[in-house]
Design a protein around this ligand. Structure first.
Ligand SMILES: O=C(O)/C=C/C(=O)CC(=O)CC(=O)O
Ligand code: CA
Ligand code: MG
Length: 370
C-alpha cells in the first residue's frame, strides 16, 4: 500500500482510491463509507492519526474492486485550503541569490535562522496533467521600460509537498514534536515560475504573479506512516536553533530521490535528504505566531537542489539564468521552457523491508499564451 488519491472511471463519480500492489482499490465501494465517496480526501484527512491508522489496518483485509491505473482519470486529491511555499534548499537559495542579487551575499541574513516562505495561491493548485498555459505579465528588460506579454523565462521548480489533515486553533502553535499529528502525507509539486515576471515584481514583497498562475500537484498522497524507513537526520545547522525550531529529537529529513524529465530526458536528480529545514520545522514556523491550520492546507518544501549541477531543481539554475544552456540528447539546447515542452517530476524513497516507495509523478505540458 502506498498513496491515497481521488480517481474516476468513465461515467462514474470521483472517489477515494488507495494504491495496492500496482492497482487501485476503490475505497468507496470496498468500505461503503461515505467519507470515501465525496470526491476529495478532506473528510478522511480530518479524521487524524487514529482514523488513518484504522483504515490502513483495515485495507490489508478488505475485498473490493481493484482497478487498473490505465483505466482511471486522477483528480486533485484534496480541496486545498491554504498554500505556502518555503525556500529550504540551501543550494537552491544560494544559486538563486547569486543569480538575482549579484554582489550581495548569496543567503540573506535570516536564512539560517528561520525557514523562509511565502503564501501562494491555493485556488491555482491543480492536479498533475493540467495544461500549463504560458502566463502573461510585466517584464522589464535591463535599461528599458517595462513591457507586457507572454513570459519568455518560464521555469519549473521541483518540490515536495505536505498535506495537513488535522487543523489547529487560532492562537495555537504546532511544535515540531506534533508534526505527524497534523500532517497526513507527502506529494510532489511543480511550482511553475515565470522568472521574468518574478524578477521585476518581487521587490519588496516577494513572489506574486510570477508563481500564482499554476502549481501542479501529484495525484497520490503517500502517508507519513509509510515513510519511517525514509526518515533521515537533516544536515548540521550553521546557527544554534531557537527552541521552537530545535528538531534534534524529531528529525524529519526524508530520503526522497527525485527525477526531473524534460520531454522524456532525465535532466536532474535532486536529493531531498539534504534539505536544510525539515517539514516539521516549516510547520512549527508557519504556526508559531498562532496562525491556524485547516484540513487541506498544503505546504511545499521549496525547490529541491543538491550541490551538483545535475541535481538542480529549476532551469534558472540548470542554465544559470540562460548563460549556460542545457545540452539535450537530441543536440538541441534549452534555457527556459518552450511551448510543447513536457516536464515530469517523479520520486522514490526507501520503504519497509528493503522495498522502494513510488510517489508517482507530477507532469505538465506547456501551451502557448492565449
Ligand atoms: O530568492 C528569491 O528572490 C526567490 C526565490 C524563489 O524563486 C522562491 C521560491 O519559490 C522558493 C523555492 O521554491 O525554493
Ligand atoms: Ca517554489
Ligand atoms: Mg506556483
Amino acid at each position: 500500500m502506498t498513496g491515497y488519491g481521488i480517481f474516476s472511471t468513465p461515467g462514474t463519480a470521483p472517489r477515494t482510491g488507495v494504491q495496492v500492489n500496482g492497482q487501485i482499490l476503490d475505497l468507496a465501494a470496498a468500505t461503503g463509507d461515505p467519507v470515501h465517496a465525496t470526491g476529495s480526501l478532506n473528510a478522511f484527512l480530518a479524521q487524524g492519526p487514529a482514523g488513518w491508522a484504522a483504515l490502513r489496518e483495515r485495507i490489508a483485509h478488505l475485498d473490493g474492486p481493484m482497478i487498473s491505473p490505465a483505466e482511471v482519470t486522477m483528480h486533485l486529491p484534496a480541496e486545498i485550503a491554504d498554500y505556502v511555499d518555503f525556500y529550504s534548499s540551501r543550494h537552491h537559495a544560494e544559486n538563486i541569490g547569486r543569480i538575482f542579487r549579484p554582489g550581495s551575499p548569496p543567503l540573506t541574513p535570516n536564512w539560517t535562522h528561520l525557514p523562509i516562505g511565502y503564501h501562494g495561491r491555493a485556488g491555482t493548485v491543480r492536479v498533475s496533467g493540467t495544461p500549463v498555459v504560458r502566463p502573461k505579465g510585466q517584464r522589464k528588460p535591463p535599461e528599458a521600460a517595462p513591457t507586457f506579454g507572454p513570459s519568455l523565462r518560464l521555469d519549473i521548480e521541483a518540490e515536495v509537498g505536505f498535506v495537513v489533515g488535522v487543523p489547529s486553533a487560532l492562537g495555537e502553535s504546532v511544535p515540531v514534536s506534533a508534526f505527524a499529528e497534523h500532517v497526513f502525507g507527502v506529494c510532489l509539486i511543480n511550482d511553475w515560475s515565470a522568472r521574468d515576471l518574478q524578477a521585476w515584481e518581487y521587490v519588496p514583497l516577494g513572489p506574486f504573479l510570477g508563481k500564482s498562475f499554476l502549481t501542479s500537484m501529484s495525484p497520490w498522497i503517500v502517508p507519513l506512516a509509510d515513510l519511517e524507513a525514509a526518515r533521515v537526520r537533516p544536515p548540521a545547522r550553521d546557527e544554534p536553533l531557537l527552541p521552537y525550531l530545535d528538531d534534534a529529537d524529531h528529525p524529519w529529513g526524508l530520503d526522497l530521490a527525485m527525477e526531473v524529465r524534460l520531454n522524456g530526458e532525465l535532466i536532474s536528480t535532486p536529493p531531498f535528504a539534504g534539505m536544510y529545514w525539515s517539514a516539521a520545522q516549516q510547520l512549527a514556523h508557519l504556526t508559531v505566531n498562532g496562525a491556524a491550520l485547516r484540513t487541506g492546507d498544503l505546504f511545499a518544501s521549496g525547490t529541491v537542489s543538491g550541490p551538483e549541477r545535475d541535481q538542480r531543481g529549476s532551469l534558472i539554475e540548470l542554465s544559470w539564468n540562460g548563460a549556460d544552456p542545457l545540452k539535450l540528447a537530441d543536440g538541441s539546447t534549452r534555457t527556459f521552457l518552450e511551448d510543447g515542452d513536457v516536464v515530469t517530476i517523479s520520486a522514490t524513497a526507501p520503504g519497509a523491508g528493503g522495498t522502494r516507495i513510488s510517489f508517482g509523478e507530477v507532469t505538465g505540458r506547456i501551451e502557448p499564451a492565449t
